[in-house]
Design a protein around this ligand. Structure first.
Ligand SMILES: Cc1cc2nc3c(=O)[nH]c(=O)nc-3n(C[C@H](O)[C@H](O)[C@H](O)COP(=O)(O)OP(=O)(O)OC[C@H]3O[C@@H](n4cnc5c(N)ncnc54)[C@H](O)[C@@H]3O)c2cc1C
Length: 239
């Protein structure tokens, strides 16, 4: 497979750095082609603004999504965005590697989504979720936390990490783009214990070995929703 790792951590010696390095070496050894977008090392621009376009359709009023659609049609993105979009088209599988910051991705990675996941390229009115522009690809979150695992359970203080915390990324960004989101890999509180860190690295190695078999998160296809974007009765758990 062609595997793209989009990696967002400011410190190469961090545990995230170790997980990213492990993924590169293991996947390469397994015969996969690997590319890494190391966002901090690239000094990737996180803010979406008019400099993201070679030429503007409307010089007087920046409507970012309109300029994105125009850039898709005219090949008019700045070089850094264009390169990331090409990497996405190259990839069969995308790993997003980051520490959980404020229940989400670090700003540099959020900016990557804002700028790279452009309408016309990733989505349109008729092209989203199971018909999104990146259909046919899989994506996995590999993340680390500060809070312990039990704080992220359904009744835990931080809330259910699978159903609530990571939903906006797995469903709102990855599945929305057409990619099949698979179960995330989470290393809980890696700062605390050397033995835990060793175990996480072993578990991650195992996960990478079976990457193509990681179960997908069972989100509904668009056909399960009615014209008001409501889940049809027959697909609801409580009928
Ligand atoms: C702005 C911000 C917001 C945050 N928000 C949240 C939040 O909402 N929820 C939450 O739970 N947490 C939050 N945190 C905490 C954060 O998620 C954790 O600090 C982070 O996930 C830890 O991962 P790391 O890679 O940065 O760990 P590090 O602290 O970089 O690494 C942990 C240890 O691993 C060691 N290590 C590195 N490589 C190896 C190796 N190969 N083998 C063994 N050990 C190694 C390092 O030396 C270090 O001692 C936040 C932190 C910040 C800064």
């Amino acid at each position: 497979m062609n595997v793209l790792i989009v990696y967002a951590h400011p410190e190469p010696q961090s545990f995230n750095g170790a997980l990213k390095d492990l993924a590169v070496s293991e996947l390469t050894t397994l015969g996969h082609q690997v590319k890494v977008s190391d966002l901090y090392a690239m000094n990737f621009k996180a803010v979406a603004d008019c400099d993201d376009f070679v030429r503007l359709q409307n010089e007087d009023f920046l409507k970012y999504a309109v300029e994105q659609k125009h850039a898709v049609k005219t090949n008019g993105f700045s070089k850094d965005i264009q390169e990331e979009q090409e990497k996405l088209l190259w990839a069969d599988f995308v790993i997003f590697q980051f520490p959980l910051w404020w229940y989400s991705v670090p700003a540099i990675l959020k900016g990557w989504f804002d700028r790279v996941f452009a309408p016309g390229f990733i989505y349109s009115r008729d092209m989203r979720y199971d018909t999104g522009g990146l259909k046919g690809r899989k994506a996995m979150l590999t993340t680390t936390t500060g809070s312990p695992k039990h704080a992220y359970t359904p009744y835990g203080m931080d809330g259910d990490i699978y159903e609530k915390i990571l939903y906006h990324i797995n469903h709102g960004m990855l599945y929305f783009s057409g990619m099949e989101s698979v179960e995330p890999f989470i290393a809980w509180t890696p700062s605390h214990d050397e033995n835990d860190r060793k175990r996480y690295l072993e578990e991650y190695k195992e996960r990478l070995y079976h990457l193509s078999e990681v179960p997908s998160i069972p989100y509904h296809p668009t056909s399960h929703y009615d014209e008001d974007h409501q889940l049809k009765m027959e697909y609801r758990k409580e009928k």
